[in-house]
Each structure stands twice: as C-alpha cells, then as structure tokens.
Design a protein around this ligand. Structure first.
Ligand SMILES: [Zn+2]
Length: 392
C-alpha cells in the first residue's frame, strides 16, 4: 500500500498544539511519516480532506469486556456495593450469549476509535474474541479478589489458571488485585511476587462505603462482609490509599481506577510513591453508579498523570471514549478539550507502556487516526452531536 495523506480543519497531534488545516502523512502500514500545518490551502489538493478534527486512536485504560452481556441490566444510582453484589449473581449466563456480547463490544470499541484497551478479566471468556480482533491491542489484567483469608489460596490458584490460559492462547496477562476492600492480607502476600515491576490496576475509592469500611469499620460494605464471613478481618492500611501504599510494591506501575471519593492530596501522595502511577477516570460509569465524578480539575491542578476508560457495559451504555470525553467536558467547563483528549490517548498509552507506538500523531508511531465530525470550532471541542470514526 502506498503513502496516504489525511487533512482536516484541525489535527490534534497531542504532543504539540492543534494544527489548523493539519496534514498527516502515513506510510502503507499506518506509521506516521510527517505531520504539519498547511499554511496555503492549495497545498491540500493531494490529500483526503475531512470536515472535522483528526485525533489519534483512543487508548481505553479500563474495561471489563467479559461483562458486556450485562448491558442495560443495572439501574442508575444503584451504588457500588449493590452493583458488585448484582454483578456476582448475574455473571452466570449462557456461554453463547456471553461470547456474542463480547464480539459486539469489541466491534463497538473498534468503530469508536479505540486502538488499545486495558481489560480486566476474571475468566478466559474473552480470549477467543481477542484472538480474532484486528487493529486493537489488549492489555489483559487477570483480577484477583477474596475477602476471607481462608479463600486466599483458592482465589490465587484460580487466577493463575486464568492467567495460564491467556499465556497459552494470547501474549500473556498480568495478575492484579481488585480493590483495597476486597483483598485479604493473606491474598496480598501471595500476590507480591506477581506485582513487582508490573503494570497493576486497582479499583480505588469508588464508593464512600470503602472509606467507611477501611477507616471506621462500619457502613454497608463492612456490614455485608463481617456478617457473611466468619474469619473476616479488615485489610491492613487504614484507608483505601493506605492499603494501596502498604501492599503495592514501589517498583510497580499502578493504574488507580475511579478514585471518585479519594482526596486529591492523598491521591497525589500515593502516586508519588511510584516511579509512574496513573489515575484512571471512567466518567459514564461513575455517573451511572454513584452519580458523581472525581474532581478532575483538581487532579489536573495537582499534576496527576491521568488516563481515561469506559468501564464495562454493566455500568455504562456505550464503550465510546468520545462519549466519556464529552461527559467530563460537560461536567467541568474549565477543562480544556486538548487536556481531556490527552488523557484518552497518550495518557493511556503511557500507563500501558505503549507510548512509543500509540497515543499521539508523531513521526514513527502507528497511532491510528480518528475523525471527529460535527466538531465545534468556535469552542474547540466536540459536542453531544459529534461522531467519531476511524480513518486509518
Ligand atoms: Zn472496573
């Protein structure tokens, strides 16, 4: 295939300011050869000119594809505690239905411009579909949870067997803890050798109940666990951030997911313990379950490294990163689009260690190109009417 040139009213390279009448030149394999601003519109005659904004492919830093069959089953405002309980009871579904929903979800990711996704896995259910998926990279994170110390060994062994399936059929997977409140000290001990130097996701501060449990030994999560598990003891750490600081090795690269209720300063102190830590926001999921977003402008002011995810279709209506960008912009008028776009592209690529290949339109990268149409050039942001599609 030959060289192609794509141009639009604006190109957002991410590393560097937006380019008016920007042009991107790709080689036959989709590697960027050049990107520039066409000062003379006549210079655009040999390009594919598009009405809208060209951005790099999106990096979805948090998803659970294996829950895709739960789309539309969870009412709004359910709260995290009840959500987790219902997901547990609804997981069992006919394998064909689960597989079909995963296929459709991957198709949706591709159609809406994702080029990579960090996907939480509790089962091998997504392997077959991922082997077929073209143009989409997966960072597979096998999640471990177990609240009772007596189940630590079996929870660990189950996750190791899921990990072995990924290693045999795809290019491996990383074991990750679920959340500060759902992993016993005994299980954290077993996980230690798995976490050293790795990219490790952790759901953190997703609900107020998590703080009540870990800080005050009370609340709905505490009541549920202490009543149902005789050997239950509170994980060491004193708070969600404290558990993460106590148990995540300093050599790992955490993806701290949601952090809706985390105090920004506590989050900054936690991130500072690691060479590279990323906070991952999933706007639609947070709004659906808890009715609020984390203080994203404060994260920005503190200089936290931010990425964006969609979470699963159990708590979101769609897997479009553009939809989540719009939700963040609509909630916080002070956030500039270029910053949120960076979270959804290069921020995620850096979190997953893919920044030399994806996340920005830079020479030598193979980022994928997306076109956002119905773009509002007066305010330099997408609108609720905006659509996105892959150009390359
Ligand atoms: Zn999640």
């Amino acid at each position: 295939m030959s060289i192609r040139r794509f141009a639009a009213h604006y190109v957002f390279p991410i590393e560097g300011p937006p380019l008016r009448n920007g042009v991107v030149e790709l080689d036959g394999q989709g590697y960027v050869r050049a990107v520039w601003e066409a000062r003379n519109p006549d210079a655009l005659h040999s390009t594919e000119f598009h009405n809208g904004a060209i951005v790099p492919g999106f990096v979805n830093a948090h998803c659970h594809l294996e829950l895709s069959h739960l789309r539309g089953t969870m009412p709004k405002g359910l709260g995290l505690t009840e959500f987790v309980r219902r997901v547990g009871s609804l997981r069992q579904a006919p394998p064909e239905r689960v597989a079909q929903a995963i296929d459709q979800a991957i198709d949706e990711l591709q159609r809406t411009g994702a080029v990579a996704v960090a996907d939480i896995c509790n089962t091998p259910d997504t392997i077959a579909a991922k082997r077929q998926a073209k143009g989409l990279r997966f960072c597979n994170l096998v999640e471990v949870f177990g609240i009772g110390p007596h189940e630590a060994q079996s929870a660990y062994a189950k996750a190791k067997s899921v990990q072995a399936s990924f290693a045999a059929q795809l290019d491996g997977a990383q074991l990750v803890p679920h959340a500060p409140y759902s992993v016993s000290d005994a299980l954290w001990v077993l996980l230690q050798p798995e976490l050293q130097g790795q990219r490790v996701s952790l759901h953190l501060g997703e609900s107020q109940a998590e703080y009540e449990l870990l800080q005050h030994e009370r609340g709905e999560l505490f009541n549920r666990y202490s009543r149902s598990i005789a050997s239950y003891s509170i994980p060491t750490g004193g708070s969600p951030e404290g558990v993460a600081a106590h148990w995540l090795p300093a050599s790992c690269h955490p993806l701290l997911v949601h952090c809706t209720y985390a105090h920004p300063e506590a989050l900054r102190a936690l991130c500072a313990r690691f060479g590279q830590a990323t906070v991952v926001t999933c706007p639609e999921s947070n709004l659906h379950l808890e009715g609020q977003l984390p203080p994203l402008p404060e994260w920005r002011r503190l200089g936290l490294h931010v990425a964006m995810g969609t979470d699963s279709l159990a708590s979101a209506t769609q897997l479009s990163m553009l939809h989540n960008i719009n939700l963040a912009l609509d909630t916080f008028a002070e956030l500039p689009f270029v910053e949120v776009l960076r979270w959804a592209t290069l921020g995620g690529a850096e979190a997953l260690g893919l920044e030399t290949q994806l996340g920005s339109i830079a020479v030598g990268k193979q980022p994928g190109l997306c076109l956002i149409e119905q773009f509002d050039f007066a305010f330099m942001r997408p609108t609720p009417q905006s659509t996105v599609r892959r150009l390359a």
